[in-house]
Design a protein around this ligand. Structure first.
Ligand code: SF4
Length: 407
């Protein structure tokens, strides 16, 4: 196949004996060394995945970020920033949610990394977002983007290696969801999310991507999957190629991933496996078959009667997250939730058949099962939104508070 892109290079190194700095340095050296990307005196912005206040693989390993900070200073950087806006912290902007962005920065160990290395934390939620024109945007003609991502001379993206129940994988490309304010993240987390993020990549140019593949996540990523020990670091000047190789590491074909297909078609980067040179470890030696995200909810929650209309993947996934949380946190009697309605036109069973509370998950269920909701009165819990994101946390918090009161 004839390609419009030059051949690109992706490096893969193994972390041995916990020598993370050495593995990160080796991966970067294989794609030209840090001096190729960071000139003396340059300011550098590091964008790890700080989506949640949880340890890796939900977020980027702080030890990998620390190694990258060190490499940047060794190359002569005058300043190194570490910044992100977590997934739906929502507390500041929407008034709901369990954490602020700063909670995430502290709990993921990034504040400590900054303290130990001299890097500077940029809490995107507390900093500025600048409404930015996107001349080649397919969906977005403009977007509010974290100012530092636009203004810092060198950008280094440091994603984690994970599957994702909505986008199949979450790697370098998807990691830029965190450069938006919360209400945009919520609004956009449905149709065409990857096209919107690809549009962002048209105005935020990335110099280098370094993937933390120490412990990866398979299955119901980006938060609720299971861990896979991989001990890998990958690097590339071409983020799309890195995403392609990282997908293949998980035995997910690069061509299966929508974000990669769109990105290479729209000039973001190469990402064609037959046009990529892999250096360092061999792909065949490191790849592992990851569990794919599975959002099916039938037959696995005997504690709840789930009645589905025609939900899409977004509401399936969030139903799963909510029920898993209810069960994992061991609410007494599952907080008296007995029924779950999700999707368009779920069958409306007689109200007397509902013994406890009922969750109506997503705007589709809330609007099309309105009669049943009214009949249930305060036993109906509306997890609103399309998709319902912040409301999942809000309603779980309310249930938690009710349990506390009862104690
Ligand atoms: S509310 Fe409806 S359209 Fe929106 S995410 Fe849920 S099922 Fe999909």
């Amino acid at each position: 196949m004839k390609h419009k892109y030059e051949r690109t290079t992706v490096s893969i190194t193994k972390v041995r004996d916990e020598k993370i700095y050495e593995a990160v340095k080796a991966a970067v050296d294989l794609v030209g060394g840090m001096q190729r990307y960071v000139r003396k005196g340059a300011e550098v912005m590091l964008k790890p995945n700080l989506a949640y206040p949880y340890p890796p693989p939900a977020t980027t390993d702080p030890r990998v970020v620390k190694a990258v900070v060190k490499l940047c200073f060794e190359a002569g950087a005058s300043k190194v920033y570490i910044g992100d806006s977590s997934a739906y912290s929502c507390k500041k902007i929407l008034g709901v949610g369990r954490w602020t962005n700063w909670d995430v920065i502290e709990k993921t160990g990034m504040a400590k990394v900054a303290e130990e290395t001299g890097a500077v934390i940029v809490d995107f939620d507390e900093d500025e977002f600048v409404m930015t024109q996107i001349p080649d945007g397919v969906i977005l003609q403009e977007a509010p983007i974290a100012k530092r991502m636009l203004e810092t001379e060198v950008i280094i993206n440091i994603p984690a290696l994970k599957t994702h129940f909505e986008t199949l994988v979450t790697l370098g490309l998807k990691n830029y969801h965190g450069i938006l304010p919360d209400h945009y993240k919520v609004q956009w987390h449905k149709d065409e999310i990857m096209q919107k993020i690809i549009d962002l990549h048209k105005v935020v140019k990335t110099d280098l991507t370094i993937l933390d593949g120490m412990v990866a996540m398979q299955g119901l990523g980006p938060r609720c999957g299971t861990n896979v020990q991989m001990d890998l670091i990958m690097a590339s000047a071409d983020m799309v190629s890195l995403d392609a190789v990282a997908s293949e590491v998980m035995e997910i074909g690069a061509d299966e991933v929508e974000s990669i297909r769109i990105a290479r078609m729209q000039g973001i980067g190469n990402g064609f496996m037959d046009n990529i040179d892999i250096v360092g470890e061999k792909l065949d030696d490191v790849k592992k078959k990851f569990d794919r995200p599975d959002v099916s909810i039938d037959g696995i929650y005997p504690d709840f009667q789930i009645i589905k209309g025609g939900p899409c993947v977004h509401c399936y996934g969030r139903t799963k997250i909510m029920l898993d949380d209810l069960l994992a946190e061991n609410f007494p009697d599952n907080a008296n939730v007995t029924n779950v309605f999700v999707g368009i036109n779920p069958k409306q069973i007689p109200v007397e058949q509902i013994k406890g509370k009922a969750l109506f998950i997503g705007d589709c269920a809330i609007s099309t099962a309105a009669n049943l909701r009214y009949a249930l009165g305060d036993r109906a819990i509306c997890v609103d939104g399309c998709p319902p994101i912040a409301s999942v946390h809000r309603e779980l918090d309310k249930l938690r508070a009710e349990q506390e009161k009862k104690k």
